[in-house]
Design a protein around this ligand. Structure first.
Ligand code: ADE
Length: 422
């Protein structure tokens, strides 16, 4: 472990490999590259102190380099104890001069000490993935709040937490819900989570998905992505939902829908993507078949009731990297992946760069927007303006070499009129 005023990372000698991988990801992030080139010229974030609590990956490194190119004085910490890519953390510190506090596998105490280290930077802007930075600011570091202009939040879980802070009247600065941009959740949550979750399950177990029964808990954008990719692999997909509209959508998308406890006896692989607690509980785990795999791709590690699993089991051993085998008294085994932490970032590399390109374009443009508009904003949760969202989509299509249509003058006029009918 290397501790310095420039951060706290596992091993600085990993930096060259981290740099190679960061550059590899950059090739698939053309929208962020365009923003970086403009930021370098215009310096829109010049001197702004920013603290970011994000998954420390090759894609996040490219966002950090972009913000720094725009003049930001940025420090970073991990937004999950298991998601850090140690070579990337090392490269951020020693190749790019961005203080980074993140070590894969850090315990909870270290995780929060890293959060406090980035808050010691006395930020004017925050960037969160899951709201831990903002919630720490509003509980134990309230002295720093007067200096904060505003923040950005990356993920669904974080946005839900922020909305409950706003509802309770405790949120003290404006936050942009990056997750709510169309160019974020329609792509990152759906195609990113869909692919990276299955990638992590395959990498950690080498299981064949074809012909297996995969039970997906939650049919939000992440659940839709996971279900569709599992179906594409030839799995039989069961969806468990609590929202009637989403459950109906899953039925009409062609999946079986049933209560979780019924699905528990049928599934080979269980994946939670709900953002809620104890979604897979003792009642489910008691019914599971010998050999079942359980994984979570939601933000926090409380979607699977792990204490109940520990009680149910008579033995536990690590059988592969990121795979814990629990043995029941009757001899059945169930396997928990990545200790119930978000499997796609713990046992694989998270979403591919191409999709994070759009998510992090929203973060970069969001930080510029926040800086320019904070005075007009109240301590509430905001979405990015739609024109920025559309511009990101336009730039992505352009980078992909895809042309698309525009309305004719006549069509535009027609859409804005009401007089003519049948
Ligand atoms: N969230 C999901 N995938 C990610 C990635 N590759 N980088 C940062 N945050 C992520």
């Amino acid at each position: 472990m290397t501790t310095s005023t420039r951060g706290d990372v596992k091993d600085l000698s990993l930096a060259p490999r981290g740099k190679d991988r960061i550059e590899w990801a950059a090739k698939d992030m053309p929208v962020l590259r365009l923003i970086r080139e403009r930021f370098a010229k215009e310096q829109p974030l010049k001197g702004v102190r920013m603290s970011g609590c994000l998954h420390i990956t090759t894609e996040t490194a490219n966002l950090a380099i972009t913000l720094k190119a725009g003049g930001a004085d940025l420090v970073l910490c991990a937004s999950n104890p298991l998601s850090t890519q140690d070579d990337v953390a090392a490269a951020l510190v020693s190749e790019y001069g961005i203080p980074t506090y993140a070590i894969k596998g850090e315990d909870e105490k270290t995780y929060y000490s890293h959060i406090n280290s980035v808050l010691d930077h006395n930020p004017q802007m925050t960037m969160d993935d899951g709201c831990d930075l903002v919630s720490t600011l509003h509980t134990t570091r309230t002295d720093l709040i007067p200096g904060i202009i505003g923040g950005m939040e990356e993920t669904t879980t974080g946005v839900i937490r922020l909305h409950s802070m706003e509802k309770q009247g405790v949120l003290r600065f404006p936050v942009l819900a990056v997750n709510d941009s169309d160019t974020k959740h329609l792509f990152d949550n759906r195609y990113g989570t869909g692919q990276s979750t299955l990638d992590a399950i395959i990498r950690s177990t080498n299981v064949l998905l074809a012909g297996r029964t995969i039970v997906v808990f939650g049919y939000g954008w992440c659940g839709r992505g996971v279900a569709s990719r599992a179906h594409g692999h030839g799995a039989n997909v069961i969806v468990c939902e609590v929202d009637p509209t989403r459950a109906l959508e899953a039925v009409m998308d062609g999946y079986r829908v049933m209560p979780g406890v019924e699905a528990a006896a049928l599934g080979d692989i269980f994946i939670t993507v709900t953002g809620d607690i104890n979604v897979i509980d003792q009642a489910h785990m008691e019914k599971m078949k010998d050999g079942a795999l359980i994984a979570n791709s939601g933000h926090f590690n409380d979607e699977i009731n792990i204490p109940a699993l520990e009680k149910l089991a008579t033995g536990k051993r690590r059988v592969r990297d990121f795979v814990d085998e629990y043995t029941y008294a009757d001899g059945r085994h169930v396997h928990l992946l990545a200790e119930g932490r978000l499997v796609n970032l713990s046992a694989a590399e998270g979403h591919p760069a191409s999709v994070m390109d759009m998510s992090f374009a929203n973060q970069a443009l969001g930080s510029e927007f926040m800086l320019n508009h904070a005075k007009e904003l109240k301590p509430q949760v905001y979405t990015l303006p739609q024109d920025l969202d559309k511009e990101i989509a336009r730039l992505k299509l352009h980078a992909m070499g895809i042309k698309f249509d525009t309305l004719t003058e006549e069509q535009e006029k027609y859409l804005n009129s009401w007089e003519s009918g049948t």
